[in-house]
Design a protein. Structure first.
Length: 79
């Protein structure tokens, strides 16, 4: 582009839950995220897809704090 002009692009991301992606973006800026039983799996998928190791550690800690989710630990090994 020429000096003084702005360039914008749109990137389409398929197979990503919009709410989870929004939460991950907020996490990247604030290092804070609310993990629930409902959003754990989508957050794990996004963190794995974008290799967000700190978020993966946060999710791993959440699973360890929630014994009712122990069967999810095996899934964490895959990211």
């Amino acid at each position: 582009y020429k000096e003084g002009e702005s360039a914008t692009s749109t990137i389409e991301m398929h197979d990503i839950d919009p709410a989870s992606f929004s939460a991950v973006l907020q996490y990247l800026y604030t290092q804070r995220i609310t993990v629930t039983h409902d959003n754990f799996k989508p957050l794990a998928k996004v963190s794995s897809q974008f290799l967000l190791l700190d978020l993966q550690k946060t999710l791993n800690a959440w699973v360890h704090d929630h014994p009712e989710c122990r069967n999810w630990e095996e899934k964490l090994d895959n990211f």
